[in-house]
Design a binder for this molecule. Structure first.
Ligand SMILES: [Zn+2]
Length: 73
C-alpha cells in the first residue's frame, strides 16, 4: 500500500536518530526524501523506499482537503 506523504508531514521512524529523536519532518519528496530530525534539526536524504519502510507512524499530516469550491455565483 503506497503511503500518502506530503511535504510538512511529521513521521515517526523505526530507527532512532543518534540524538535520541524519532520524529522527522518531510521537507522534500521525490525519488529521495529530504527529512529533518525534529529533535536536533539535522537534515538527511533517504531513498523513498527506506523512508516508507521505516515509518511506524504518521505523527501529523498536512493533508490539504481541497477547498477550492468557489461560490456558485
Ligand atoms: Zn536528531
Amino acid at each position: 500500500m503506497p503511503m500518502k506523504l506530503n511535504v510538512g508531514d511529521v513521521v515517526k521512524l523505526k530507527k532512532k536518530h543518534p540524538c535520541g529523536g524519532y520524529d522527522w519532518e518531510i521537507l522534500r519528496i521525490g525519488a529521495d526524501f529530504r527529512i529533518k530530525c525534529t529533535t536536533c534539526q539535522r537534515q538527511v536524504w533517504l531513498p523513498r523506499s527506506e523512508v516508507e519502510r521505516r515509518i511506524t507512524k504518521i505523527v501529523s499530516t498536512t493533508d490539504v482537503s481541497d477547498d477550492n469550491n468557489k461560490s456558485h455565483e
